[in-house]
Design a protein around this ligand. Structure first.
Ligand code: NAI
Length: 328
């Protein structure tokens, strides 16, 4: 099949080309897919997209008229795709439901530990010949209570790792996971999790119902000085409320791998440009905030699995083999 790969980076070329061999005709496009760039899909059977491509109803209608029959997401989350519109246009949508929960879970733990022990500050100090410890005091993670919101594949691995540290895990998920039960995770209501946890980590998908699940009211319910980690999707947090809580000290540590307006910022080298997002710019000023640019998934193992599953999805679609579909 002819496959148009949007938001393509060097590593996408490398891993997808290797997984593909000579199965399909792959064409790599650097721009995101959106209403301005959708014309690039003319003549292709498949549009292969990533987290910040805008696959809304207008884009889908255009893809349909250009002859695209399959939208292949090379990620797990699909909040950026209008599945109803795809269904209406008869376009099949597939994704990579599981690639490496370990990649994202381990990055989550990296953010927690780095924030706690202020590794980002210590690194800079030592390089400047400053070996003073003032301001670098941390806490033992051992025996702390961690709230995990969403106990699917990633949340479960996070819980598993933290149990190894000697933490108590509280969880909130409308569909409790038996694996977590057997690990000793205690399911509670969201308000109780927010009130009892020293560290809170988000691992649920973004849906219209849980957008800004962490807002002013939720923050008011948290412990003073709480650590909040979001490696899931940016719009789960009301970032303006988060900035206020950092200013007041209510939130003591913030680790983000995602941001609600990340589409305009992440995945590009903008080091020579002026940052026009004032909320994001304010976040960068806090010494107790670490932000990474949506890199939690970025391990060799995950990229290999993403590429293999994406090519397999396309092959299965072409040869009418069973395939797990989001739409179509
Ligand atoms: P999963 O589908 O295995 O688990 C999600 C869990 O969240 C399910 O158990 C579900 O019942 C639960 N859930 C749904 N709505 C909820 C709510 N309102 N409150 C609490 N729990 C809720 O998904 P997986 O693989 O664990 O991924 C979780 C999320 O991580 C993805 O949806 C995606 O947004 C994000 N992600 C981020 C990556 C990154 O590089 N930063 C990479 C991969 C995923």
């Amino acid at each position: 099949m002819n496959v148009a790969i949007f938001s393509a980076k060097k590593y996408d070329r490398e891993f997808l080309s290797a997984a593909n061999g000579s199965c399909h005709e792959l064409r790599f496009f650097e721009p995101h897919l959106n209403e301005e760039t959708v014309g690039l899909a003319a003549g292709f059977d498949v549009a292969c997209v990533f987290v910040n491509d805008q696959v809304n109803a207008a884009v889908i209608a255009n893809l349909h008229s250009l002859g695209v029959r399959l939208i292949a997401l090379r990620c797990a989350g699909y909040n950026n795709v209008d599945l109803g519109a795809a269904k209406q246009q008869g376009i099949t949508v597939v994704r990579v439901p599981a690639y490496s929960p370990y990649a994202v879970a381990e990055h989550t733990i990296t953010l927690m530990l780095a924030l706690n022990r202020k590794v980002h500050r210590a690194y800079n100090r030592v390089r400047e010949g400053n070996f003073a410890l003032d301001g670098l005091i941390g806490f033992d993670v051992h025996r702390k209570t961690v709230g995990v919101i969403g106990t699917g594949q990633i949340g479960t691995v996070v819980a598993q790792i933290l149990i190894g540290f000697g933490c108590s895990i509280l969880a909130f998920d409308p569909v409790p996971n038996p694996t977590c039960h057997s690990l000793g995770v205690q399911y509670v209501e969201l308000n109780e999790l927010l009130a009892q946890s020293d560290i809170i980590s988000l691992h649920c998908p973004l849906t219209p119902e849980n957008e800004h699940i962490i807002n002013d009211a939720a923050i008011a319910n948290m412990k003073n000085g709480v650590m909040l980690i979001n490696t899931s999707r940016g719009a789960l947090l009301d970032t303006v409320a988060i900035v206020d809580a950092l200013k007041s000290g209510k939130i003591g540590y913030l680790g983000l791998d995602v941001y609600e307006e990340e589409e305009e910022i992440f995945f590009e080298d903008r080091s020579g440009l002026i940052l026009s997002d004032d909320v994001f710019a304010r976040l960068l000023t806090f010494p107790n905030v670490i932000i990474t640019g949506h890199q939690a998934f970025f391990t060799k193992e995950a990229l290999l699995k993403i590429a293999a599953t994406t090519i397999d999805n396309i092959t299965r679609f072409e040869s009418h083999q069973p395939i797990e579909k989001l739409a179509g």
